[in-house]
Write a protein that binds this ligand. Structure first.
Ligand code: BG6
Length: 471
């Protein structure tokens, strides 16, 4: 019999955060505005302040990481904390904050994996069109280059963007992000392309600047299955969404170009909402060169999708409350999300199908043999955690993580190179469109007192990290 599968010695057992979702202090200490500030205030549903008060509590969280065997943390630098207007004037207090934060990470032997953009473009740039405006691309590259230089001694692992697909789809398809509109497929593709061009330019700035360390991009990927695998219309629906979410971005990442089948599908879908995608030859030249220097890919993966053909009117409804069965995703020309009978879902209707992670990783390895390494930069389960007598029993989350780690190990056994796993999230945080009752963390946060309580999953993960195996 085979020896029990074990994670390699240098595997990173991490937890993930994002600046806007944990830091709080969104309008203090010289930080500039982002679109979310006024958007959330106008909605009046929930405030991003103080969230998990990470701006002040990070020493507590990093001490907990060390205690629970978590040796990596994903965090992001809030662009508008460094450049309050996106370009120009610098906020020294913000610059110092991240120096102090990274120093604290190293003090606790927790490696920082740093993202430069996590849904938080500074407001002045956002108002001029965000990444649909090419000026934002150059501003981003300047900000990235500033960070590469400033934090060169403290940060080894960089990511340019978090989830280009989520940014594009929440803004131009689902319409749940600031300035959002529904079912504008051409804008969604254009946003994806422009952000990938910004990624490529930042990678080249990193490479040509001779910085030490490594760099990549984080994509949010989901394997797409046709509901009826013998029905050509369902197969086409699954492929449409696969191109829109996965293949367009992965081609851009690893080929620096779009394969003919990718481009054909993208142009066809863009035309459904009456638009075209602008891809310049000079963009592709830059992207092709940058594709040589991606050190790794960050994969965020929570679920897979089952798709059915759909050609009716657009019908999109976000389940932001955690009431089962209240979400809908039907997009004309693409397809409809459906649940496959017998497959479990979370309260927010997210499909729990860990095998999807395996299929996804194997697909990446096969289609993009030039990938070097993958980090699972987010995976996790939103849950209404029960806090009782000073303890949180989150067994469903433990089951979720365990199953995903098993399929991850299987993928590694068939040769996929994976360097680490980051649970979303390290501690409970603010969720962009769901607020505070959708919890994901290892560490329960009492949002009144900011007290942290390690959940059952934290104790379980500690054991896995220490033994590097799933018993
Ligand atoms: C990812 C994001 O899309 O999923 C995180 O990178 C986000 O920022 C996470 O919080 C979970 O999504 P949600 O909507 O459940 O908070």
């Amino acid at each position: 019999t085979n020896p029990p599968a074990q994670f390699p010695e240098n595997f990173v057992f991490g937890g993930a955060t994002a600046a806007y979702q944990v830091e709080g202090e969104t309008r203090t200490h010289g930080k500039g505005k982002v679109a979310w500030d006024d958007f959330l205030e106008a909605q009046g549903r929930f405030s991003p302040d103080p969230a998990s008060d990470f701006y002040n509590q990070y020493p507590v969280d990093l001490e907990l990481c060390e205690e629970f065997g978590i040796n990596g943390i994903r965090l992001s630098i809030a662009w508008s904390r460094i450049f309050p207007n996106g370009i120009g004037e610098i906020n020294p207090e913000g610059v110092q904050f991240y120096h102090d934060l990274f120093a604290e990470c190293h003090k606790h032997h927790v490696e920082p994996f740093v993202t430069l953009h996590h849904f938080d473009t500074p407001l002045p740039l956002f108002e001029k069109g965000d990444f649909l405006n090419r000026e934002t691309i150059d501003a981003f590259v300047d900000f990235a280059t500033f960070c590469f230089k400033e934090y060169a001694d403290q940060v080894t692992y960089w990511f340019t963007f978090n989830e280009i697909w989520a940014d594009a789809s929440n803004t131009y398809i689902e319409g749940t992000f600031p300035g959002g509109v529904k079912a504008h497929l051409a804008e969604a593709f254009q946003c994806e392309h422009n952000m990938m061009l910004a990624h490529a330019k930042a990678v080249l700035a990193f490479h040509n600047g001779g910085f030490k360390g490594k760099i990549g991009v984080i994509q949010s990927l989901e394997f797409k299955y046709p509901l009826n695998e013998n029905d050509p219309a369902d197969i086409k629906a699954a492929n449409n969404e696969h191109v829109l979410q996965n293949q367009f971005l992965l081609d851009a990442t690893f080929r620096g170009d779009y394969a003919p089948d990718t481009l054909e599908c993208a142009n066809r879908l863009a035309a459904v909402s009456g638009g075209t995608i602008e891809i310049l030859d000079e963009d592709l030249e830059i992207m092709r060169e940058a594709a040589l220097y991606n050190d790794y890919l960050g994969v965020n993966n929570y679920q897979c999708r089952f798709l059915k053909a759909y050609d009716g009117e657009n019908d999109l409804h976000h389940n932001g409350t955690g009431e089962k069965g209240t979400g809908r995703w039907r997009v004309k020309g693409i397809g409809e999300h459906v649940n496959k009978p017998g497959v479990p879902t979370t309260d927010w209707d997210w499909i729990i199908y860990p095998e999807g992670l395996f299929d996804l990783l194997v697909y990446i390895k096969q289609r993009y043999p030039n990938y070097k390494q993958i980090f699972i930069t987010e995976n996790g389960m939103g849950y209404k955690d029960p806090y009782k007598d000073g303890f949180v029993d989150d067994q469903p989350r433990i089951d979720y993580i365990e199953q995903h780690l098993r399929w991850l190990l299987k993928a590694m056994e068939v040769g996929v190179n994976v360097g680490g796993y980051f649970l979303w999230s390290l501690q409970d945080q603010f969720s962009w469109t769901n607020g505070y009752n959708k919890r994901y963390g290892f560490f329960y946060v009492d949002f009144e007192t900011q007290k942290r309580t390690p959940k059952a999953s934290a104790y379980w993960y500690k054991h896995v990290a220490q033994t590097r195996r799933l018993d």
